[in-house]
Write a protein of this length. Structure first.
Length: 472
């Protein structure tokens, strides 16, 4: 094993996974109170737009959601000299104590990308129907503090030890076909529901419940306890001569799992100008048959000898031996250290989605030209909930132009302003929204202070005359 394999193994795997996959709620919350936002029914199936719509394929609705307690500036540092290159946290010019002081005990990153392939919504009287075909890709990481300490410090003294508990990676993709319906029960009460068929493409989940690394001059000892689950059609493990897993091969493609989910929502106007709403979305699961499941486990202790003089960079580093290339070459080292071995699969598996609860209140003024709203959102993750409280100011000078601004109170690290605009100039509906607007970016438009954001963009063709059901 190369000298730097253990040094860079964990971080290289993370870089490779995050570069390929984009679970967070991707729908921009700022559009919740916007009347001419065609796809706000994704947050509450009882909410309806001012007009029906036909969304253009692919560009009809695209959304990207990111949730994280990390920031770009936690890992990238200013150049040592003016005009020089930026430094990564692995650079010897970056102080280890300063870098590690920015890292939380547990660091998470979740991403969700939703792309509408075909989307349609139309009124039948005051009833509203929707039909959607979409693809969704999601990813989540949980990275313990000692992961970064190990990557940065390594074997700094005669003896070091690191405990990488609950290091996990999950990524997957599935397609969604949804039929939605909403109607007035009374003039001031509207209910909506949506049923979804889910077609699972692939999903991988790897978790190291425990990983203890003890480092001395004589040897490094690695003790692991972990589990890896891979779901998908035509997948096989790639193994070395010791039957340790070092990759996954895809021999055929297709649907490896299927399932159902529902969305439920309601809006209620107890008094004039006040609307209260609540919904739960993505309540369901995908079932994977055992023939489309691979499982592996890691348990035991491995000792590596002959490892010494570990350093972050070679003194005579050239382009072929740069940190970037080393990370690329060593991307499979974490799996190698964990020594995952395949185990028999005995039963089918049901993978639950992460449901989201939205609860809002809106008060309208100036003949509905202006309103203020409050929205509370909670996403129920496997081990914890992720919540946000947002306030919004909404302007509706006309049916063809809506504008909303928002402020999120719980996340965003200071960059908590959001916006949404709906513009309907004749035969086209243009929609854009962002919950956390980046105030500081690099020249390459990479956000500096936060990785948390929800961005949504859509183009559609309006169907029928402008219409909204009466609330009273």
């Amino acid at each position: 094993m190369k000298k730097k394999i253990l040094k860079y193994g964990f971080w290289s795997l993370i870089l490779c996974v995050t570069s390929q996959f984009a679970g967070a709620q991707s729908i921009a919350r700022t559009a919740y109170f916007m009347d001419n936002a065609t796809h706000r029914h994704l947050m509450n199936p009882a909410l309806t737009p001012t007009q029906g719509y036909f969304s253009l394929p692919i560009v009809g609705e695209f959304s990207l959601g990111v949730e994280s307690n990390m920031a770009f500036t936690d890992f990238i540092y200013p150049a040592v000299t003016p005009g020089g290159e930026l430094l990564s946290f692995l650079s010897p010019d970056v102080d280890a104590t300063d870098f590690l002081s920015r890292i939380d005990p547990n660091n998470f990153l979740r991403m969700d990308v939703r792309t509408s392939i075909l989307s349609l919504g139309f009124y039948s009287g005051t009833d509203f129907w929707t039909f959607d075909v979409a693809s969704r890709v999601n990813m989540s990481l949980n990275l313990p503090y000692d992961l970064f300490a190990f990557a940065k410090i390594g074997k700094a003294n005669s003896e070091n030890e690191y405990h990488l508990d609950n290091l996990s990676i999950e990524a997957g993709a599935f397609a969604e076909v949804a039929l939605g319906y909403s109607r007035n029960i009374m003039n001031n009460l509207r209910v909506g529901g949506k049923i979804k068929y889910l077609a699972g493409g692939a999903n991988i989940k790897a978790c190291l419940k425990n990983m203890d690394i003890y480092m001395s001059d004589a040897a490094w000892t690695v003790t692991t306890e972990g589990q890896m689950d891979v779901y998908g059609k035509g997948l096989t493990f790639q193994k070395d001569e010791d039957q340790n897993i070092n990759g996954v091969n895809m021999e055929t493609s297709g649907m490896g799992g299927s399932g159902m989910a529902i969305d439920l929502g309601v809006t209620y106007s107890p008094i004039r100008n006040l609307d209260i709403s609540a919904a739960i979305v993505d309540l369901g699961s995908i079932k994977w048959k055992k023939d489309n499941i691979l499982q592996a486990s890691s348990s035991g202790t491995t000792t590596y000898t002959g490892l010494e003089n570990i350093s972050i960079q070679d003194e005579n580093e050239d382009e072929s031996n740069s940190t970037e290339n080393q990370l690329e070459e060593l991307k499979d080292d974490l799996i190698e250290m964990a020594n995952f071995k395949e185990q028999a699969v005995t039963r089918d598996y049901k993978q639950k989605l992460y449901p989201t609860i939205n609860a809002g209140a809106e008060y309208s003024m100036l003949k509905d030209k202006l309103s203020i709203g409050v929205l509370y959102t909670t996403r129920m993750m496997e081990d914890e909930n992720y919540s946000e409280l947002m306030g919004a100011l909404n302007l509706r000078p006309s049916k063809w132009f809506n504008l909303s601004g928002s402020y999120s109170f719980m996340h965003g690290k200071g960059e908590t302003l959001g916006f949404a605009v709906g513009f309907v100039p004749g035969i086209i509906n243009i929609f854009m929204a962002c919950d956390y607007t980046f105030l500081k970016v690099t020249p390459q438009y990479i956000p500096l202070n936060t990785m948390t954001s929800n961005f949504q963009l859509g183009l559609s063709i309006p169907l029928g005359p402008g219409h909204l059901p009466d609330k009273h």
